[in-house]
Design a binder for this molecule. Structure first.
Ligand code: GUN
Length: 297
């Protein structure tokens, strides 16, 4: 039987509809508008698309947004100056610097310069630490948070299940590990993380009840690497050449969707799976930052 499709677009729409109602309530009852500043250094086409989508979503939900596009040769000092200005701007509750930046930019230093109370990406060490110890006072990073919500809305309870994460990035793999292992409702999984130094990745992925793949390799996970009835979450977004496509390419995930879909119980499509959830949770974090700033519960 083909897998049930986990429709990230539909789930994200339900979450953002609720956030739009909340934004209207904040305006009506408190005269407050959440604000997000998005910073892009350079002209990477994929990053430009992501940033524009984020700004558009803010507009749809009634969130104030600022887009700062800096030239590829921007220096650290210039970027840090902008961060400082945004940290002090009362209209801005969330700051996001699109990753990856050009090579002269030290991403660690940039993240460290963001006021942790405005760190809606949850990249700052203070917020990463809070997440790890299960302190809900900080933020949860957008993509892993979106995946937790996908599982929740699809009635997949990770408790007691074996979750295998493929990839150990700071943006997805590591925080995913921290969230799924928490002693908390919607978590409580047994978690394995495999990566580029793991000798036989398939030996681990075949044991997964929940398989989360974020390694940035097109269609890397094939049917022989997946257990019958697994829940498969594909975080990948890779451009591959396709002479039949109007643009000359198409986007595929890290999972060979057709063959794995024939074996899995549930699977996320690419696009329309994890991507829309990342943006929905960014909006959620921006509202959270705003409410915290104004002391609204
Ligand atoms: N690049 C890819 N994903 C993300 C994300 O969630 N946040 C930021 N800032 N950059 C990204």
């Amino acid at each position: 039987m083909p897998a049930e499709i986990i429709d990230g677009k539909a789930i994200a729409a339900r979450i953002t509809a609720e956030l739009a109602r909340e934004t209207a309530h904040l305006a009506r009852s408190f005269n407050v508008q959440p604000g997000l500043a998005v910073v892009l250094v350079g002209n990477d086409p994929a990053s430009q698309t992501y940033v524009n989508t984020k700004v558009k979503k803010c507009h749809e939900l009634g969130i104030y947004s600022e887009k700062h596009v800096l030239p590829p040769e921007t220096t650290m000092a210039e970027l840090l100056q902008l961060i400082d200005q945004l940290n002090r701007n009362p209209k801005v509750h969330g700051i996001l610097v699109q990753s990856p930046p050009p090579p002269q930019i030290d991403e660690g230093k940039v993240v460290a310069a963001i006021d942790p109370s405005k760190d809606v990406d949850c990249f700052h060490a203070v917020n990463v630490g809070k997440m790890l110890i299960g302190d809900t006072d900080g933020f949860v990073p957008c993509t892993p948070y979106g995946i937790m919500k996908l599982l929740e809305y699809s009635n997949v309870d990770p408790a007691g299940k074996h979750a295998v994460i493929v990839g150990r990035s700071n943006i997805v793999g590591k925080p995913m590990l921290a969230l799924l292992v928490q002693k908390a409702k919607g978590a409580n999984a047994t978690v394995t993380c495999v990566h580029s130094a793991t000798p036989d990745i398939g030996a681990f992925t075949r044991q997964a009840d929940i398989l989360i793949v974020a390694i940035g390799k097109a269609e890397y996970i094939t049917a022989d690497m997946v257990k019958e009835g697994a829940v498969v979450i594909d975080v990948g977004m890779n451009r591959i050449a396709d002479p039949n496509a109007a643009r000359g390419y198409r986007n595929v995930g890290d999972v060979a969707y057709e063959e794995v879909g024939a074996k899995a119980a549930k699977i996320t499509p690419v696009p329309g799976g994890v991507g829309p959830m990342t943006i929905a949770m960014l909006m959620y974090n921006t509202l959270k930052a705003c409410k915290r700033h104004h002391g609204i519960a």
